[in-house]
Write a protein that binds this ligand. Structure first.
Ligand SMILES: [Zn+2]
Ligand SMILES: [Zn+2]
Length: 295
């Protein structure tokens, strides 16, 4: 009958509906469910064939309040250099630029090799060295959480520094990612290196909670093994019982090696050392961790 809309056969309508359902649930395009503050969107499903070769990876601690290698200066804060990845990355800058640059010199690290600076959070003991670093290498790109204070971001912009603001899960370079902004006050991002045999998680202070960050890291990269979790775990007020429960949570998450430093606290370092034994990585200024130690 002219003018009357012809109904499609039931089978075709069902196939049509299935097609749209498949599009909506396609892995890699779904918004990750999580707590209210998370705005994580997973756009790129990691390709296993192109994962980082962990044998090339090297992490060098440039700034920490714990000593490790003689001849270097300790100071409250954290910074480490990541090499062997597509880009050379400085994660955090410590509290003091003079100490940061002096330690780099002593370690034979030329600041000019740094392509990217990732700032975990806006506390001074993580961003304090940035100004002096920029004075000797202005060509870096600074990846910082979008929630950083406006005056901080404006100063970088006025100085002509290239910046990338991070809110959700985002790539930094090949196989290196930011967790995206986590937590509330302060908001913090952590760094993830995705290798063929597992992931490495580096935290600044872990204010959002170290177990929460590690859980999120595994979910984001669809991994069930963390080769190494290192950095500030922020556990200074935990009781020995709570710390032992935390090491058990690390084990449940498949964390193979732990390297608490900076604000983790002496008690946490002692208990992680006891619980992890040979898999405990003592981290202090000048510590170099190479990827082949982690396999
Ligand atoms: Zn800190
Ligand atoms: Zn902090």
């Amino acid at each position: 009958m002219p003018g009357r809309k012809k109904r499609r056969p039931l089978l075709r309508r069902l196939l049509h509906a299935c097609f749209f359902i498949l599009i909506l649930v396609r892995p890699g395009s779904a918004v990750m469910a999580g707590e209210g503050e998370d705005r994580t969107v997973m756009n790129n499903e990691p390709k296993r064939s192109a994962l980082a070769d962990m044998n090339n990876l090297k992490i060098t601690v440039i700034f920490d309040n714990n000593p490790f290698r003689p001849g270097l200066t300790t100071g409250w804060g954290f910074a480490c250099l990541i090499t062997g990845t597509e880009k050379t990355i400085l994660f955090d800058t410590g509290a003091d630029g003079a100490v940061l640059l002096a330690n780099m010199k002593e370690l034979g690290v030329d600041p000019a090799v740094i392509d990217i600076v990732v700032l975990s959070h806006a506390h001074r003991d993580h961003v304090g060295g940035l100004k002096d670093l920029l004075a000797v290498n202005h060509a870096v790109t600074v990846f910082l959480p979008r929630s950083f204070p406006a005056p901080f971001k404006n100063r970088l912009q006025q100085a002509g520094v290239q910046t990338t603001e991070i809110d959700g899960f985002a790539p930094i370079c090949d196989n290196v990612y930011s967790t995206g902004e986590l937590g509330v006050d302060p908001i913090e991002q952590s760094l993830l290196v995705h290798g063929g045999t597992g992931i490495v998680v580096i935290t600044g202070c872990a204010h959002p909670g170290i177990v929460k960050i590690l859980t999120r890291a595994e979910k984001l990269l669809q991994a069930d093994k963390i080769l190494l979790a290192m950095g500030g775990f922020h556990l200074p007020e935990k009781s020995p019982e709570e710390l032992r429960e935390m090491t058990a949570a690390f084990r449940r998450l498949g964390v193979r090696r732990a390297g608490p430093c900076h604000c983790s606290g002496d008690a946490a370092r002692r208990i992680f050392a006891e619980e992890y034994g040979e898999q405990y990585i003592e981290v202090g200024v000048g510590r170099e961790i190479s990827g082949n130690e982690l396999e």
